[in-house]
Design a protein. Structure first.
Length: 257
């Protein structure tokens, strides 16, 4: 109440939000005379919610964008003032895409400010089609595990979607053939890509190999994932070559779910 009182005393004309995770109360929304405008990094009504960029990358979309919309007392459901589309490549990660989309959203806001201030934005804003809405729920730590029984493209999309936070984790079996000792190793997968070679190991062979600077892990449906950078618990991020050299001849196998 104290904040709302102080905010009201400022007599703001317009409020701008970006990456704000909560639904604003009606008392707040009534204060700015021209309303509240949100910069949302998706092509609304697609990916409403807390993690629009991450969920879009996880789904492997080829196109996304940013929307400028008036805020209402519902989740990212207000009338849309403007949208900007953006093509995305197969390897961009969430933090980089977030930066690009919010930079584009800021330009879009500056471009639309005159129409917001003269009131014409309110008349031209388009109501969202709720029947086409999709949700982008908050990401949990439990989602960060990779299962190599899935196709490589699914895993790669997850790696780039969850980059930054919470990251993606995997368990690998380490085999010392000299002592016949076996141990599980947990690592973070930092950078990956889908292996495009035509010599993918069969699903019967769980061996992790090293080729041309990448770890190659066999995955579901006769696909394979290339891992370019990893991080061991409490250690710095290293490239796959440094990690492989650190094994000193020990072998790796994927663990099945």
């Amino acid at each position: 109440e104290a904040f709302l009182s102080d905010f009201s005393a400022l007599e703001p004309e317009l409020c701008i939000t970006a990456a704000y995770g909560n639904i604003l109360p009606t008392k707040f929304l009534k204060i700015p005379s021209l309303g509240t405008v949100n910069i949302h990094p998706s092509l609304l009504p697609l990916y409403r919610g807390a993690a629009p960029v991450q969920r879009a990358l996880q789904d492997g979309v080829k196109k996304t964008g940013v929307s400028l919309a008036f805020t209402v007392r519902a989740l990212d459901a207000g009338p849309i003032i403007a949208r900007e589309e953006m093509e995305i490549d197969d390897n961009i990660k969430a933090p980089e895409l977030l930066d690009l989309l919010f930079a584009q959203g800021s330009k879009l806001l500056i471009q639309e400010l005159p129409s917001i201030f003269d009131g014409s934005a309110s008349s031209k804003a388009e109501a969202q089609d709720d029947s086409k809405a999709t949700l982008a729920p908050k990401i949990s730590q439990e989602e960060s595990w990779l299962s190599f029984d899935q196709e490589a493209s699914i895993l790669h999309n997850k790696v780039r979607a969850f980059a930054g936070w919470p990251g993606t984790r995997a368990r690998i079996l380490v085999i010392d053939e000299k002592s016949d000792k076996r141990s599980e190793l947990e690592l973070k997968v930092i950078t990956s890509r889908v292996y495009r070679g035509n010599d993918v190991n069969s699903s019967e062979n769980d061996a992790v190999t090293f080729r041309k600077g990448s770890l190659i892990i066999p995955c579901g449906q006769n696909t394979a994932l290339e891992i370019l950078e990893v991080q061991l618990p409490g250690k710095k991020v290293v490239n796959a070559a440094a990690f492989w050299n650190g094994l000193r001849g020990q072998k790796l196998k994927k663990l099945r779910s």
